[in-house]
Design a protein around this ligand. Structure first.
Ligand code: SF4
Length: 341
């Protein structure tokens, strides 16, 4: 069996996960070779309308806060939806942030645009605007009228829920239900120590938080179990070859995982960015795809070693260390905590 210079196994046929990756890669490359104009099977575009938020959550992927100002111009929001529609594969447009209701006129207009193409619309909000249920009904009426909109309200200890008393998210959800809008709740538990169901007796971190963005520092607790850096040899959350959904930020950056950019919609059309996308040669995505956060550290000769809570914490810290070298691929500052002050 071939060994890499770092002693990792490098024979795809002896690792079912790698083997599957190679087959998938071959199929995608073959498809591109017979149809050079093809794009990936992109089905969802997530618009981060603003990095600003009414909260400053410890688990936030993008360091949103009331002090963060970047907001997507309406023109960019509309143009991205029209370009996504032209791809013919995108059926869902999501609006997130930050808190998208802070830019309410842009949110309503852009959601209408997506609905005019028959796309499903999803919104993630903390419901801060719901002073009363009656008020929230007024805020949400336009979405009920356009139909095809689902709203998820963040409602947990990170978003102001301290006890059983009514939260803004409770009132917003009640208003949505009154209007017949499909409404749900996002509830993230704080990290805690659990037993690995696959390896009884082995402690793992439970709670659903990924340690990237603000969580990579704010939620780090010395009591949480850690693993050696070299054990994080895959990114378990992203399929870098067959991109199913992309995020678009207020600056026009397109990224799969927050802060890892493929290109900028203010500089190139969506079709060009997707056609030019080559995960193998991308300086961040290439190593992540070949060997996860550990390979990202190795490939760029970083000195980050030691033990980490999860792969995202190692990846995020590696990317922060590389940000000056790759400003186009790694940014903006809002994702890397440079606006937190
Ligand atoms: S390992 Fe890195 S790229 Fe993958 S999900 Fe975590 S932070 Fe994102």
């Amino acid at each position: 069996m071939k060994q890499t210079q770092h002693g990792q196994q490098n024979n795809p046929y002896e690792d079912p996960g790698r083997s599957l990756w190679f087959v998938k890669r071959f199929v995608v490359l073959y498809w591109y070779s017979i149809d050079p104009g093809a794009t990936m099977n992109l089905t969802g575009l997530h618009l981060l309308l603003t990095y600003r938020c009414t909260y400053e959550c410890d688990h936030c992927f993008v360091h949103s806060s009331p002090r963060t100002g970047a907001t997507m111009p309406l023109e960019l929001a509309l143009s991205s939806i029209r370009q996504a529609n032209k791809l013919g594969t995108v059926s869902e447009i999501y609006f997130e942030g930050g808190e998208p209701f802070l830019v309410y006129p842009v949110l309503v207009r852009a959601a209408k645009e997506a609905r005019s193409f028959g796309m499903q619309v999803g919104i993630v909000s903390n419901g801060y605007f719901a002073t009363t249920i009656e008020d929230a009904v007024e805020w949400l009426k336009p979405f009920a009228e356009m139909g095809g909109v689902a709203i998820s309200f963040s409602d947990d200890g990170f978003h102001g829920r301290e006890d059983e008393s009514e939260t803004p998210a409770d009132r917003a959800r009640a208003a949505a239900e009154k209007l017949g809008i499909d409404a749900g709740t996002i509830c993230i538990d704080p990290p805690g120590i659990e037993e690995d169901p696959h390896q009884p007796g082995t402690p793992i971190v439970g709670g659903g938080v990924r340690f990237r963005g603000r969580a990579a520092t704010s939620l780090v607790d010395e009591s949480l179990p850690r693993q050696p850096w070299s054990s994080f040899c895959s990114c378990t959350d992203e399929d870098w070859v067959d991109l199913g959904r992309l995020h678009l930020d207020p600056y026009g950056r397109l990224y799969p995982c927050q802060g890892v950019s493929l290109g900028n919609l203010n500089e190139k059309p969506l079709t060009t960015i997707l056609e030019e996308y080559d995960p193998d040669t991308h300086p961040i995505i290439g190593p992540l795809m070949r060997g996860g956060p550990a390979e990202l550290v190795r490939a760029h000769g970083l000195t980050l070693r030691g033990d980490w809570i999860d792969g995202c914490q190692l990846c995020y810290n590696a990317r922060k260390a590389l940000r000056d070298l790759f400003p186009d691929e790694l940014g903006p500052g809002e994702v890397y905590g440079e606006m937190d002050g």
